[in-house]
Design a protein around this ligand. Structure first.
Ligand code: NAD
Length: 344
């Protein structure tokens, strides 16, 4: 049984904890909170031992003053765990990494950190093998994960590809009231945006650039993608659809026939099928908008930002612990276990 610590029990941390808890080969040994806030109640309900993100006695004692049992500071948690999943807010990685190195514990960071932090970025379908038995890795962001899910199989099918894409980004997570815009479209004025090039941290062979705009929605991101295939490719629109339908964690669906024309209906679908928190771990691709003209492939895909990276964290644990060398094996174990709590 792999003992997993979750450092940072917020949007991503609480989802990773439940996904770990669902697996037969791993257990949640503890989760951390900065202090006794509302999120502690969820950990109590799930019977996850609570630890403090700090070793400071005063902060540890503050939990009991609010009626929560705190089992100690972060150092104590790291002593009893085999691996830590860092789900702290982005850019805290540098400080936390020092701690993990001192404890000698394996560690996984999230997409809010830069590739350089661990020198190893991870996505299940792109580079599981290269992460086997590594000490640390970064699971790439929701956008990079989404791009990899459809681009890596295309690369594997026809080799050389060049990609131009625009990230139409949701302005904030649904539970975040501090961000915007609320009545504007905000272009990211750094070109190319970091999203496309980040794919090359997991699949350097894919040539890719991106633009990004933030729009006033909290539901999902949408990617508008153009892929240039080699001129002698042997793909057709139909074979691309078939290729993606066979990929794990990709849903290809006709939005017109199924009355799913926008991200609002995609999220409703997810709630209808009983997904926890209304999450959609899969990337949603509108089938009728996939169009291969000569050697250019056009398509749109939607990304549920809070959840597509969750199963990737589970596969990454298995990669670092060296327990499953085949990414598809790990993916099927992960997804079968998650499906027990995730509707159909
Ligand atoms: P969040 O703010 O919802 O949660 C972060 C949690 O970490 C909070 O509970 C916070 O109290 C806690 N925390 C604060 N200081 C800490 C510290 N020093 N050590 C440990 N924990 C601390 O953030 P989030 O959205 O869950 O993001 C976590 C990471 O996941 C970031 O790197 C982010 O970029 C990445 N990510 C987020 C999303 C998303 O949609 N939210 C998607 C993909 C990746």
């Amino acid at each position: 049984m792999i003992k997993v610590a979750i450092n940072g029990y917020g949007t991503i941390g609480k989802r990773v904890a439940d996904a770990v808890d669902a697996q037969d080969d791993m257990e949640v040994i503890g989760v951390t909170k900065t202090g006794p806030s509302f999120g502690c109640q969820l950990a109590v309900k799930k019977q996850y031992p609570i630890f403090c993100t700090s070793d400071d006695e005063e902060r540890i004692n503050a939990f009991s003053e609010q009626g929560y049992v705190c089992h100690g500071g972060i150092s104590k948690l790291l002593e009893i765990a085999d691996i830590v999943i860092d789900c702290s807010p982005g850019k805290m990685g540098k400080i936390n990494l020092e701690r993990y190195k001192k404890s000698g514990i394996k560690h996984i960071f999230q997409g809010g950190e830069k590739h350089d932090l661990t020198g190893l970025s991870y996505t299940s379908c792109a580079n599981h093998e290269s992460a086997l038995n590594a000490n640390g890795a970064r699971v790439v962001s929701c956008n990079t994960t989404g791009l990899s899910r459809t681009l890596v199989p295309l690369y594997d099918a026809c080799g050389d590809i060049t990609v131009e894409c625009t990230m139409i980004r949701r302005a904030a997570d649904p539970g975040d009231s501090s961000k915007g815009p609320i009545n504007a479209i905000k272009p990211v004025l750094k070109v190319p945006s970091h999203h496309g090039p980040d794919v090359m941290t997991v699949k350097p062979e894919i040539k890719i650039n991106s633009l990004a705009v933030a729009v006033p929605t909290t539901l999902m991101h949408v990617h508008s993608i153009v892929v240039e295939l080699p001129v002698n490719h042997n793909l057709s629109t139909e074979s691309v659809i078939k290729l993606w339908k066979e990929q794990p964690r990709v849903i290809v669906m006709n939005g017109t026939e199924n009355r799913i024309p926008t991200t609002a209906e995609v999220m409703e679908l997810s709630r209808d099928i009983g997904r926890k928190w209304g999450d959609l771990h899969e990337i949603f691709v509108w089938e009728e908008a996939i169009s291969l003209i000569d050697n250019k492939l056009y398509y749109f895909q939607a990304i549920h930002q809070e959840s597509d990276v969750i199963p990737e964290n589970i596969d990454c644990i298995r990669a670092l612990m060296g327990t499953n060398s085949d990414w598809k094996d790990s993916v099927s174990i992960t997804d079968a276990a998650i499906s027990k709590y995730n509707g159909i």
